[in-house]
Design a binder for this molecule. Structure first.
Ligand code: HSE
Length: 379
């Protein structure tokens, strides 16, 4: 396989190192934005050098972002080159368009590293579907937020201080909004749900509440009652479509999610015959992520060219199909919240079971009026 690599950052450097050790994967060109003396003989700043080179059969895109990654990926697919990408933003935003383009051109589009970094999650999701029917997917799919929540349970520390530490350790981005507001995990959930249920849900449809407003007081209150709070993504098959949502979730100390340490992920599917299977590991990082990229290349080399799923007729997103109680902390009660209040904890109230979509719509509006508001679903 003759590969062109788009991007030579953290993951690109890892792909380069792993390919160097192999005789069956030949890295011919690397698209760079600045001079890289260590790869001077194969580096180029021109994507056309790659597109017009008929000897390159596979483009590996690890530059991230939607533009110009989308233009490069579409051009590569149209030129009859296989594409392997780790770019979750691109796959989530252009899901059915890219799948259709790969099919039309008879080439592969693979993206195992886009969800779960180094965890072989999507590849097993694809595999289990050959024999079984999936009913639920999701879990802890963002390492930065798990690091923050884990640290806040280990010792009293403010959200702002632990976020700063996560940034210093290189877990959170300089602008950590995508992690702490839940956009990153929502993208991973959208891709996973679409593959699991053969849908083409849009990431922006999935109701989401992040962890930006959690306090050490909230955590102390949860711990006193035997709960651990984690940012959890959930998608499940329901009568009319798929119920998908992302929210801080209180799980009991005995649940596997409660024990997930530091910046690890724990991603789970449930299927009718085999029941629950979970995948634990590093959801980010140079070599874990690069390993999944290179595994995709080896799969394509071995003849695996179909996408993980074929999106079928439009499926509805039904966020109100599931209901459960919530912890809600807000500066001012309103009549709706009062009408569903079943109990009081130190900082907030506990509601009766509320449809998830309804609560997440309310919470989003509430944040505009009360930017300190925090909610958590109780599982
Ligand atoms: N920011 C992401 C995380 C990186 O913390 O999980 C991998 O997508």
């Amino acid at each position: 396989m003759n590969i062109a690599l788009l991007g030579f950052g953290v993951v690109g450097g890892g792909v380069y190192e792993l390919c160097r050790k192999r005789t069956d994967l030949s890295l011919r060109r690397v698209l760079v934005r600045s001079d890289k003396p260590e790869i001077a003989s194969i580096a180029t700043r021109s994507f056309d050098d790659i597109l017009s080179d008929p000897s390159i059969d596979t483009v590996v895109e690890v530059m991230g972002g939607i533009h110009p990654a989308k233009e490069y990926v579409c051009a590569a697919l149209n030129a009859g080159k296989h594409v392997v990408t780790a770019n979750k933003a691109l796959i989530a935003a252009c899901y059915d368009e890219l799948i259709a383009l790969a099919r039309k051109n008879g080439v592969a589009l693979r993206c195992t590293a886009a969800v779960g970094g180094g965890i072989p999650w999507l590849i097993n999701l694809e595999r289990v579907k050959r024999l079984d029917s999936l009913s639920q997917v999701g879990g802890i799919m963002n390492g930065t937020t798990n690091f923050i929540m884990d640290a806040m349970h280990a010792a009293p520390v403010s959200f702002a201080d632990i976020l700063k530490k996560a940034q210093e350790l290189g877990y959170a981005e300089a602008d950590p909004s995508a992690d702490i507001d839940g956009d990153d995990i929502r993208r991973k959930l959208a891709i996973s749900a679409n593959i699991a249920f053969d849908t083409a849900l849009s990431e922006t449809e999935i109701p989401t509440f992040g962890i930006r407003t959690v306090t050490d007081g909230d955590i102390a209150s949860f711990q006193r009652r035997g709960f651990v709070c984690k940012l959890i993504a959930t998608a499940l098959r329901c009568e009319d479509g798929v119920c998908a949502f992302v929210e801080p979730t209180l799980v009991s100390r005995q649940e596997p999610e409660a024990a997930v340490p530091a910046n690890y992920n724990l991603i789970t599917y449930t299927a009718d015959a085999i029941g629950r299977q979970s995948f634990f590991g590093q959801g980010a990082g140079r070599f874990p992520t690069a390993a999944n990229v290179v595994q995709d290349c080896l799969d394509v080399l071995g003849g695996k060219t179909a996408f993980y799923s074929v999106p079928s007729a439009a499926a509805k997103l039904c966020a109100d199909a599931v209901a459960h109680p919530y912890y809600v902390r807000t500066a001012v009660m309103d009549p709706w919240l009062t009408s569903i209040t079943a109990d009081h904890w130190e900082g907030g109230v506990i509601t009766s079971a509320v449809p998830v979509g309804q609560m997440l719509r309310w919470a989003k509006e509430r944040l505009a009026a009360d930017p300190t508001c925090f909610i958590a679903g109780i599982r």
